[in-house]
Ligand binder design. Structure first.
Ligand code: ADP
Ligand code: ZN
Length: 213
C-alpha cells in the first residue's frame, strides 16, 4: 500500500502516519524527520536545509526529490510506504509520479487533513518534542509531568526551532502557495480523501482505517 499524507503543518499528519505505519507494518517516510536528523548530525545536507527550515521555507525540490528517491529504494519499502510531508510542491508530485511509472508502482490514496488556522497556530506554537525519542507534547494540552523532561525517556523536551510564531505563520503561507495546489492535482486523479483533523487521535485513526478497508 502506498499512501501520501497531505495537510498543513500542525494537522497531525505525522502522528497519524506513525499509527498507520504500525497498523499496516510499512515504513513512514517523513522528509521533515530526515532533514532534522541531518541537522542534528551536522551533515552537508543538514547545514544546507537548516537555513530554509528555520525560516519556514521549503528546501529546494531537487534536494528533496533526491532524498526521497534514495529512501524508497530501500528494502523495507517493498510492501509500500507512507509519505509524510512529501510531496509539497507540484514539481515534487510530478517527480514521484514519474518514479512510480518507472518502477511500476501505484499510489493508493492521498489522505488530506483539514484544520482551522487558529487551531493550527495553537497546536504548533505550543508543541514541544523530546530531543531524544521524538515524543511530542503541548504546553497547553499535554505538558510533560516533570518540567522539560520526557515522561518516557527522561530526555530534554524542547520547542522545534521552526515552531516559533513567526515561522509558523510563514509555513502556513508557504503551504497555501506551494502545497495547496496538490489538492486539485490529486483530486483530478481521483486519489484524494479528506479528513477533519479536529477530533481525537484515535477518532481520526479509526476513520482512516475504516476508509482504507
Ligand atoms: P510540518 O509538516 O510540521 O511543517 P515537517 O517536519 O514536515 O513539518 O517539515 C519541516 C520543514 O522541513 C519544512 O518547513 C520544510 O522547510 C522542510 N521540508 C520537509 N519536507 C519538505 C519537502 N517535501 N519539500 C521541501 N521542504 C521540506
Ligand atoms: Zn523521550
Amino acid at each position: 500500500m502506498i499512501l501520501i499524507l497531505l495537510g498543513a503543518p500542525g494537522t497531525g499528519k505525522g502522528t497519524q502516519g506513525n499509527l498507520l505505519a504500525t497498523h499496516y507494518n510499512i515504513p513512514k517516510i517523513s522528509t521533515g524527520e530526515i532533514l532534522r536528523e541531518a541537522i542534528e548530525k551536522k551533515t552537508e545536507l543538514g547545514n544546507k536545509a537548516k537555513k530554509y527550515m528555520d525560516l519556514g521555507n521549503l528546501v529546494p525540490d531537487d534536494v528533496i526529490i533526491g532524498i526521497v528517491k534514495e529512501r524508497v529504494k530501500e528494502k523495507d519499502c517493498l510492501n509500500g510506504c507512507i509519505f509524510d510531508g512529501f510531496p509539497r510542491t507540484v514539481k515534487q508530485a510530478e517527480a514521484l509520479d514519474e518514479y512510480f511509472e518507472i518502477v511500476g508502482l501505484k499510489l493508493d490514496y492521498v489522505l488530506e487533513f483539514k484544520l482551522s488556522r487558529n487551531k493550527i497556530i495553537e497546536r504548533l506554537t505550543g508543541r514541544l518534542v523530546c530531543r531524544n525519542c521524538g515524543k511530542d507534547y503541548n504546553i497547553i494540552s499535554k505538558a510533560p509531568a516533570t518540567d522539560k523532561k520526557c515522561d518516557d525517556c527522561g530526555g530534554e523536551v524542547v520547542q522545534r526551532s521552526d515552531d516559533t510564531e513567526a515561522t509558523v505563520k510563514n509555513r502556513l503561507l508557504v503551504y497555501e502557495e506551494k502545497t495547496k495546489p496538490l489538492e486539485k492535482y490529486y483530486r483530478s486523479k481521483g486519489k484524494l480523501a479528506t479528513f477533519d483533523a479536529e477530533g481525537t487521535i484515535q477518532e481520526i485513526q479509526d476513520k482512516i482505517i475504516q476508509f482504507l478497508s
